[in-house]
Design a protein around this ligand. Structure first.
Ligand SMILES: Cc1ncc(COP(=O)(O)O)c(C=O)c1O
Length: 391
């Protein structure tokens, strides 16, 4: 089985202090909530303002706007190690998953969909909706805050059509062994869709190398863009055989043919798109993705590894209960602590200028490359006063 590679330091250390100054919110807040929404960079603000100015000055500029959409497609392809023809720019992760689901035929012996107990609701609900079309959903259980590969091994079989699984769990931050799960799916003849929303932008991830068939994500968290834009990766050899029945004019082979007599899906992954692209969000996403590309994902992954290790060490020293696995191969950027009252704790921290979030009783602490050790000190100083709320 393929193992997850170790992370090593990059040759040239980026100037993190200078990079931090590009995110104004960090002067006002201790911002540790990138799992919910990334911090807004000045470059992204400028891009959104440029969209307004372009409209005020030019009225419409469709050719340029379609180029912005394609520029996002190219940037996503580049950070995933994919070909631009394998990328659909979507309105959300849900739109991408729905489009894939609509292209699958569940009216056959291979009709099983394997999901896990770690799914974000949308990657469960959409598959349960397919039960109306003949799908049978099986949910792989967790054990002590993790889902070992063996649990997937027992669930994936010759009746499995697709395994749809999150990479990093939004509730506790556990990172699943996607290369190993993808290998099991491949051996059983099943497809694999990865929901990478909680990891894309924080680690070097090559879709071809890992061997996933589909991947979805969105731009508002670690990718530094905004809400209302996401993407779907589809492995090239699959594209031709999959014909989405959830569709729209931007999914056609010739968008501007304005054909109203037939359905002619694009030969590329654009066939998984739908209507008018989210133009303002393309401006923001393009600017956010450029920041990541300029720094480089290996350096970002290494820096986040340092910050998450520091958070885990502080939590252990203080005797708090970590809800996330502490093995660096089993977590991503999100570190979680068990609480007695998650909402009270998040509110108290917020009143002190420390922005976090919570799910399922866990305090979610989610640094990005723009955070530093002072942010972690501020958080743990504040937590010392709230010991009674921590398990
Ligand atoms: C793992 C995961 N998947 C999906 C989403 C959101 O999906 P959508 O873009 O459809 O709103 C989130 C948002 O928090 C998420 O954490």
């Amino acid at each position: 089985m393929i193992s997850i590679p170790d992370i090593s330091p990059t040759a040239v250390e980026p100037d993190w202090a200078n990079i931090r100054s590009l995110f104004p919110v960090l002067e006002k807040k201790t911002y540790l909530n990138s799992c919910a929404y990334g911090a807004l960079a000045t470059d992204v603000t400028d891009a959104l303002q440029r969209y307004i100015r372009d409209r005020q000055e030019k009225g419409t500029d469709w050719n340029y706007w379609v180029e912005r959409n394609d520029s996002v497609r190219n940037a996503v392809a580049s950070f995933l190690g994919a070909d631009p023809d394998e990328i659909a720019v979507t309105a959300s992760a849900s739109a991408g998953i729905n489009s894939v689901a609509s292209a699958l035929n569940f009216d056959q012996a291979r009709n099983k969909v394997v999901i896990s107990e770690f799914e974000f609701p949308t990657n469960a609900q959409i598959w349960y909706a397919q039960e109306l079309r003949g799908a049978k959903v099986v949910r792989v259980p967790e054990k002590d805050g993790y889902i070992p590969v063996e649990h997937f091994e027992s669930a994936i079989d010759d009746e499995t059509l697709i395994v749809a699984v999150t990479h990093v769990c939004f509730r506790n931050g556990a990172r699943l062994n996607i290369p190993a799960i993808a290998e099991i799916a491949r051996q059983k003849g099943a497809l694999l869709l990865m929901d990478g929303y909680q990891c894309f932008g924080t680690m070097d991830f090559d879709v071809h190398r890992v061997g996933v068939d589909f991947a979805v994500g969105g731009m508002l968290k670690y990718l530094l863009g905004t809400a209302g834009i996401g993407f779907l990766y589809v492995r090239e050899p699959l594209i031709e055989s999959l014909v989405p029945t959830v569709t729209g004019w931007f999914a056609q082979s010739d968008i501007f043919a304005m054909n109203t007599t037939s359905y002619e899906p694009a030969p590329t992954a654009r066939r998984f798109e739908m209507g008018t692209p989210p133009v303002p969000n393309c401006y923001a996403a393009e600017a956010g993705l450029k920041i990541l590309a300029d720094i480089g994902l290996p350096a970002i992954e290494y820096r986040i590894g340092e910050l998450t290790a520091a958070i885990i060490a502080e939590a252990r020293n203080a005797g708090y209960t970590l809800a996330v696995p502490t093995d660096p191969r089993r977590h991503g950027p999100l570190i979680t602590l068990r609480t007695h009252d998650e909402h009270a704790l998040v509110d108290i921290l917020d009143s002190q200028g420390i922005v976090t979030s919570s799910r399922s009783g866990n305090l979610r602490i989610s640094p990005h490359f723009y955070n530093n050790e002072d942010d972690i000190d501020s958080l743990f100083r504040a937590l010392r006063e709230q010991k009674h709320l921590l398990v």
